[in-house]
Write a protein that binds this ligand. Structure first.
Ligand SMILES: Cc1cc2nc3c(=O)[nH]c(=O)nc-3n(C[C@H](O)[C@H](O)[C@H](O)COP(=O)(O)OP(=O)(O)OC[C@H]3O[C@@H](n4cnc5c(N)ncnc54)[C@H](O)[C@@H]3O)c2cc1C
Length: 343
């Protein structure tokens, strides 16, 4: 029987470590339990006819600013299966509740290539397509071939191929048209059996050298990435946070030229005829790196990350983030867009 709790704290279910109550909390352990949940007595009223329903993975990309007056579904659907294999590639289907880093380990331990650079990103496999997780030059969109979901409003099972997911930089259809409308229950990935190391991104090659490895396996690369990440990023178990709070802004060539004329140290990644500027650099220049206000602050090693030193509320953190947005805007005229989902 599906596990259900009423008026429950969401504190254990979000990495920012903020307090918020959920009126109704369901724990989904298989796609089959979806029907049980939808048939649960009074479900329609609980979710206000699906208008107030939130799917939660590990809550590592979420900021609760209030209690959630509706249904929260904590996704715990497990299982990793090989669905196709040939000499050069393999396809695996991961249950959406599989812990992302467990999936990375599962693949690198078998010598399969594709997601080794995404080691140690917190969260679940089902959330990976939502914001198209990425790190160290790799994005989930590079290897996702299909996302299987249930459309809550239409009551229909659906399968979206890579193109239909509308992937972009930290973006997908699940953050736009399908926001809060679907429950992703599994994700299919195509991985390579042929070595394809991606070492260009800063820090990985140096870390491998430090480890004394010249011809790295996928497992070596994921270990190097994990080590670099541990040295730079706060561990949510110790310091509440949700990773990068803002996206890196993408600006026109004219704006980039103007900025780099004024700030020759500015480094940007070219994307077609636009430029992606490091938000961390903008925040640091605006004087916010390491800035602390009460129980929250801008992490001293990586200013893109806002941290909860303990006891800050979601509303306070949101207000703090708006001050950072204002500081950056008043100096550069650039609006920082949030990466974290605010509820
Ligand atoms: C220390 C730290 C480092 C991080 N580093 C990175 C990084 O390098 N790169 C990166 O991209 N992200 C990073 N993140 C952000 C986060 O890890 C990812 O966004 C992750 O995919 C979120 O997974 P989750 O299961 O916790 O999702 P949640 O936070 O629970 O949910 C995120 C969003 O996805 C939706 N969602 C979740 N599961 C489902 C589902 N099954 N069906 C439908 N919708 C769903 C939720 O409704 C919500 O809108 C970092 C976070 C932390 C705390």
């Amino acid at each position: 029987m599906i596990r259900y709790l009423r008026n429950t704290s969401l504190l254990p279910y979000n990495t920012f470590g903020v307090e918020a109550m959920a009126s109704h909390l369901f724990f989904l352990q298989s796609p089959g339990e979806l029907k049980e949940m939808l048939d649960f007595p009074g479900f329609s009223q609980m979710s206000d006819d699906m208008c107030n329903l939130l799917v939660l993975g590990q809550g590592s990309n979420i900021l609760f600013t209030d209690d959630y007056h509706g249904v929260v579904v904590r996704n715990e659907i497990g299982g990793i299966n090989v669905t196709y294999e040939d000499e050069t590639s393999v396809m695996i289907e991961a249950g959406s509740g599989v812990v992302w880093n467990d999936l990375v380990e599962f693949t690198v331990n078998r010598g399969w290539w594709g997601i080794e650079n995404l080691a140690l990103i917190p969260g679940t496999a089902g959330a990976a397509p939502v914001q198209n997780i990425g790190a160290y030059g790799v994005e989930a969109a590079d290897v996702i071939t299909r996302v299987n979901a249930f459309h809550l409003e239409k009551g229909k099972w659906m399968a979206l191929d890579n193109r239909e997911c509308g992937f972009g930089y930290r973006d997908s259809i699940f953050k736009r048209e399908l926001r809060n409308k679907t429950i992703i229950y599994s994700v299919v990935f195509r991985l390579s059996k042929k070595a394809q190391p991606m070492l260009e991104y800063s820090g990985i090659r140096e870390e491998l050298e430090r480890m004394g490895i010249s011809d790295p396996s996928g497992a070596d690369i994921s270990a190097a990435v994990a080590s670099v990440r541990r040295s730079k990023l706060p561990d949510p178990e110790i310091l509440g946070n949700a990773g990068s709070f803002f996206k890196n802004p993408v600006v026109s060539e004219t704006i980039y030229r103007e900025l780099s004329g004024k700030y020759p140290q500015l480094r940007a990644h070219r994307q077609g005829d636009q430029y992606k500027i490091p938000a961390a650099w903008l925040i640091e220049k605006a004087g916010c790196k390491g800035y602390r206000e009460g129980m929250m602050g801008c992490y001293e090693k990586q200013p893109l990350i806002l941290v909860n030193y303990g006891g800050a509320t979601g509303k306070q953190i949101l207000g703090f983030s708006e001050k950072i947005q204002e500081s950056v805007y008043s100096l550069f005229g650039i609006v920082l867009e949030r990466e974290v989902n605010v509820f």
